[in-house]
Write a protein that binds this ligand. Sequence first.
Ligand code: DGJ
Length: 730
Amino acid sequence: MIKILKIILLLLFAPAVLYGTSVDEVITIETKNTVMIFTGHPGEKFLFQFYGDKVNDVSQVIRSASGMNEEAYPAFGIECSKEKALQVTHPDGNMSADLFFKSVEKIKIDDNISLTKVVLFDNAYAFQVTVNYKTYFQEDIVEIWTDILNEGTGPVTLFKFASCYIPVRSFDPWLTHFHGAWGDEFNLIEEKLERGVKVIKNRTGIRNTQCDNPSFMLSLDGKSTEENGDIIAGSLEWTGNYKISFDMDEKYKVNIISGINEDASQYILERGNVFHTPKFILTYSNKGKGLASRNIHRWAREYKIKDGTSERMILLNSWEGVYFDITEDKILKMMDDFAKLGGELFVMDDGWFGDKYPRNDGTSSLGDWIVSPQKLPNGLDPLIKRAEENGLKFGIWLEPEMICDKSELFEQHPDWIVHQPNRTTLKGRGKSEMLLDMSNPVVQDFVYHVVHDLLVKYPKIAYIKWDANHFISNYGSTFLDQDKQSHLYIEYHLGLQKTWERILASHPDIVMQASSSGGGRVTYGHLQYFHEFWTSDNTDALSRLNIQWGTSHFFPANAMASHVSASPNHQTNREIPLKFRFDVAMTGRLGMEMRPDDLTPEEQNFAKGAIETYKSIRSIVQQGDLYRIIAPNDGCGIASLMYVSPEKDRGVFFAFSLSNNLRYKLPPIKLQGLSPNMKYKIAEINNTGIGSKLSAYNEIFTGEFLMNTGIQISMNKVCQSIVVELVEVP
Ligand code: DGJ
């Protein structure tokens, strides 16, 4: 019987095995400057050979035997000692998969995008894996994912299901990744990879980027710099738990395995079903980290971030201004004051909702998304009306996935939470916050209606800050079947994504920010639904320089919310001049997070000018190419970066003084990204009117001079800063 089944399977899946062919098929995945090379012979193994700079005649890689010759999507069970991309158990208990090349299909999607689908089959089971490679030619990006199909006799359990597997060889591999914590997100860590397995991963279930980020840069020839180094950079597009392993199992070989974190997540794939892994993007740079970032930023703006090429509004968020203490008067006053400064959008943060339990602090009300009659007796209408009169758009804060035990929702639906029925549920913020079970379609529908009904009732709401301040504790779902409890980490996110898709389908113009206790949701899994993310709850400008520096390696300025807050700063208690705070915030999507009337009249004047200045350079910051020049932790007391327009006719340069340099003249700072042949007029902008820190004012220099020799600035005290605009002149 088994023999007959095998023959049928061979007929179905491996015609090439029967008819035979001895010529290896070379499959290339090409972008403008890079190539990924595979070989596949029908009925044989599908092999990864090469990823790097474009090779003119790819047969050279094969003829020179310099290719990797490694299985492109290895599975556990035959050769068992190494880390694999896939591990399954078949209905008969067999724990192996053995995949062979079946076919390849190339699909041209448009002039820039192509998709290559490589189908692999198992010669003993009706089990098939399609590995997809989608290329974005101009941006040098490859997006990789797999579709795992079970056509067997019963359910297959997936124990490991990576999105992507890339083997590389290197004499001196250095890994850059981004570790962090609340208020201290995205610290760049660069470390030499040694033998063994290095893993970056998350298992909070919800805010998947508060610790590390599912993004890395692997330098293949020693420690990289912004301009030098052969680098493979990758980032996972997934909103939940992730795991990226760097398995250095031989002296010079590193296998990179990335995807959903399979810990406690074995997935039962029913017969006839397909499991789609999340997408993983890769780029290759032969010019260090800077080029890798620019490739990813361009791709992200054009193809991934919601409305990624549209202009972002300058907003004021109420959180650090009034926290939970929301009243109509306070909100109206903030809106009036912000409008006078030239603001464009007002966002009312936490504290506006709850009827039976008004939201006065973190101990209650999540789930009761009705305007609090005690706090806002006239409802939202007067606020929205005043925003409109002031020429502002109106936005609002929601935390729809969460629930407090002190809420009407919990009284009605105690069974909707993520919990184990026979244990006490661990609560989060306010010793009250819990998580709604987004794997449950009824809960998905509730969450959809929280947003939909609000937007139908108040169609002028233009922006939603979608917060998520809890994590998965008491892992368990009363919705999922007993044998599928291990699906929760994944089904939660599939349910959540479905809900976001539904919201966006009903309200295509709504602008959304992903927030999660600060920067807990900063991935391309989120940004396909969101326009931007809240980078960190730490708004201290000096801290932000470091946090935003790390974040900028994978995420562009138009998605990075960066707000000017009060001084002393509420998180660090540090006092920082308003100009420095504005200049730091202007390197991202500028906003404010304070009561404007806490500023003196002179400061308000400055803020008004700064907002006007930002409007004049916004297109360069938000859509231009980023060049990181001096890192905040380089130890030279200065941090510096610049943006250059795609046409290279405009640029904006920022420098920040991080220490006192009382008696020293700084070396000139060499600019980057300009056209050597163009001439640029340079001028300091956003200054306080007390003399320029730029030594040459309104002078004209060639791009070549500015990049080879540099500009001279004088900043000798900590927390001074300068913004220089460059405009091409004939
Ligand atoms: C956490 C967010 O990161 C903050 O910006 C703020 O929205 C609070 N939640 C409100 O509770």
